[in-house]
Design a binder for this molecule. Structure first.
Ligand code: AMP
Ligand code: GLY
Length: 422
């Protein structure tokens, strides 16, 4: 079989390595891929993941049998629809279902309509009305641009002044472009966060092993938000009881709600949850695998990924198709010093074969050598029987994979370990 994977980050590298275990696959094309992925797949750097017509033409010309569309923008832009229109089955939701991530106003209204637990909220189109609202609403408050904003369209305002400034940034200065034409202002929730990715064919929903992201750049969750500096799986806050509650109150109702709206969701639906004192609530939905959640979840999968993905597309998904190893995983992201603000690229990456898995997010391959190219450069992932061992191994390996001016956090998984000790 010939497979395509749209995207070019660490998540796509993890998907490709998991797919490669299937021996029926002859070739995987990564569109566009990156210099690190080029060690595991045929990269197509000249085509951007968001150039839907070019992606579709390439997949058709190469007569691909199945395509995995991994990132949010290509899904929201309708890549799965466009591929199906030319007869190529693809993993991921169609555009009318990807809106669950593409519009926060849509997802909040969906949750309200179907009674799915989430933070209380108001929607604003008008800057004056939004400013008036935050002069009296409870503080802290959370301001979210409606559309996709590279995961950066969320402002946690600790004061009214910050709230007003946040509204201006999104609605007046248009920092996130048209994503900020509408905003959601919502209740500030507290509690541990859990990421639960799931496979669904629109009828059956099968949660994957839970995980925990670490979004801030520095140890102790300090400094600005990033695309994610590390992950662990499973997440100890996600107990069996909470999992059962999430299935009944969140996962199944969301799948049913999307069907009811005529927007059947097939693919990977990501539930960003907060375990509040009033029970689990949805912080956000993503219409795809998380990055770097995929990097810890997929190495723990004990079943064939391609079979599961095809079952989500065909409507034949069964719970017994998805098995997990009884183990834990830790991913430590190595970033370019200065990320997420400003950083330099072009430093040689050494020791890439010194870890169980190295998933590359930003690198260029030149004369057989890898050079950094981007903010988040790579993720070092180790699995082990316990979380503590997985963390220790991941840091041992991370010490061997290096490049100049590298920055990583040293406390990935420490909060989870404390929770386990309680
Ligand atoms: P998102 O882009 O929706 O994932 O939001 C980014 C981060 O902002 C989340 O991972 C949370 O840490 C935080 N966040 C989002 N919504 C809320 C909320 N209602 N209350 C508290 N924190 C939130
Ligand atoms: N790690 C969070 C995300 O992929 O959106």
């Amino acid at each position: 079989m010939k497979i395509g994977v749209v995207g070019g980050g660490g998540r796509e590298h993890a998907i490709i390595k998991a797919l490669k275990k299937n021996k029926e696959i002859e070739v995987i094309y990564a569109i566009p891929g990156n210099g690190g992925i080029a060690r595991d797949a045929v990269c197509v750097p000249e085509i951007k993941a968001t150039d839907v017509p070019a992606v579709v033409k390439f997949c058709k010309d190469q007569k691909l049998d199945y395509v995995v569309v991994a990132p949010d923008d290509p899904l929201v832009l309708g890549t799965v629809d466009a591929l199906e229109n030319v007869g190529i089955p693809a993993f991921g939701p169609k555009a009318n279902a990807a809106i669950i991530e593409g519009s926060k106003v849509f997802s909040k209204n969906l949750m309200k309509k179907y009674g799915i637990p989430t933070a209380k909220y108001e929607v604003f189109h008008d800057i004056q009305a939004a400013e008036d609202y935050v002069r009296t609403c409870p503080i802290p408050t959370v301001i979210k641009a409606d559309g996709l904003a590279l995961g950066k369209g969320v402002i946690i305002a600790m004061t009214r002044e910050e709230a007003v400034a946040g509204i201006k940034t999104i609605m007046e200065e248009k920092k996130f472009g048209h994503s900020g034409d509408q905003i959601v202002i919502e209740e500030y929730l507290e509690g541990p966060e859990v990421s639960v990715l799931s496979f669904t064919d629109g009828k059956t929903v099968v949660p994957m092993i839970s995980s925990m992201d670490h979004k801030r750049i520095n140890d102790n969750d300090e400094g600005p938000n990033t695309g994610g500096m590390g992950t662990i799986a499973p997440n100890p806050y996600y107990t069996k009881e909470i999992a059962a509650e999430c299935m009944e109150k969140i996962f199944k109702p969301t799948i049913a709600a999307m069907n009811q709206e005529g927007r059947t969701f097939r693919g990977c639906l990501y539930f960003g949850l907060m375990i509040t004192k009033d029970g689990p609530k949805v912080i956000e939905y993503n219409c795809r695998f998380g990055d770097p959640e995929a990097q810890v979840v997929l190495p723990l999968l004990d079943s064939d990924l391609l079979t599961i993905m095809q079952a989500t597309t065909n409507g034949t998904l069964r719970e017994d198709m998805v098995k997990w190893k009884d183990a834990a995983a830790c991913c430590v992201i190595e970033a370019s010093g200065g990320y997420p603000v400003s950083y330099k690229s072009g430093y040689e990456i050494k020791g890439i074969d010194q870890a169980e898995h190295v998933y590359v997010a930003g690198a260029e391959l030149k004369d057989g050598k890898l050079y950094t190219h981007g903010g988040r450069v790579l993720g070092v992932v180790e699995t082990a029987p316990t979380l503590k061992e997985a963390i220790d191994k991941a840091y041992e390996s991370a010490a061997k994979v290096s490049f100049a001016h590298m920055h990583m956090r040293h406390d990935i998984g420490q909060r989870a370990l404390k929770a386990l000790a309680q």
